[in-house]
Design a protein around this ligand. Structure first.
Ligand code: C5P
Length: 193
């Protein structure tokens, strides 16, 4: 059986960095599931059709990291048929040998409820806004507003809301260096290997 690591949490919490580091460390595949929703959001036209016809080339595009793509993603992510259309690909990815790390909002709750390790990564709103503003060269206050709007939509939607699974390890990276956050995540995985 492949080993599955599920990582969830809000934008700029550090979950992507942690997911990449774990995948590299343990030789696992990595899927940033936010890219699926971003690619669906920016494709235009009917979002359900866009999700159904999404191909790997679509979410491998380099221009999906913008704040606008994040907002578009969170709007289409509230549509149950869009989530349904992206489900099988994510579940199939999680079965890749020897293991996989998936990060998103509903991995530990919906996509991989029986994952071997679940992490829920958080950080304070201000820390996340500062990180994302630095990454994108944007204004901290504007970023704070955008992140709060997106978190509220992601946590408040009826279908697969962003929520910590009961058995997820909570990791607050607000006051942590990247190195320490990765160390804590590696420790959580090694405890279950
Ligand atoms: O993680 P990222 O910021 O790239 O995700 C963009 C948006 O995609 C999120 O705000 C959320 O609305 C949606 N998403 C989701 N479920 C996931 C991953 C992302 O609803 N598993």
């Amino acid at each position: 059986m492949p080993f599955t690591i599920a990582i969830d949490g809000p934008a700029a919490s550090g979950k992507g960095t942690i997911a990449r580091a774990l995948a590299e460390r343990f030789g696992f595949h990595h899927l940033d599931t936010g890219l699926l929703y971003r690619a669906t959001g920016v494709k235009g036209g009917d979002p359900i059709q866009a999700a159904r016809t999404l191909a790997e080339a679509d979410f491998g595009r380099k221009d999906l990291r913008t704040a606008a793509a994040g907002q578009a993603a969170s709007r289409v992510a509230a549509i149950p048929e869009v989530r349904q259309a992206l489900l099988d690909f994510q579940r199939g990815f999680a079965l890749r040998e020897p293991g996989a790390v998936l990060d998103g909002r509903d991995i530990g709750t919906v996509i991989c409820p029986t994952a071997d390790v679940k992490l829920f990564v958080i950080a304070s709103d201000l820390v996340r806004a500062r990180r994302r503003a630095a990454e994108l060269g944007a204004d901290v206050d504007a970023m704070l507003m955008q992140l709060r709007e997106r978190d509220a939509r992601d946590a408040g939607r009826a279908d697969a809301p962003m929520i910590r699974a009961d058995d997820a390890v909570l990791l607050d990276t607000s006051e942590m260096s990247i190195e320490d956050a990765i160390k804590a995540a590696v420790g959580a995985v090694e405890a279950r290997l």
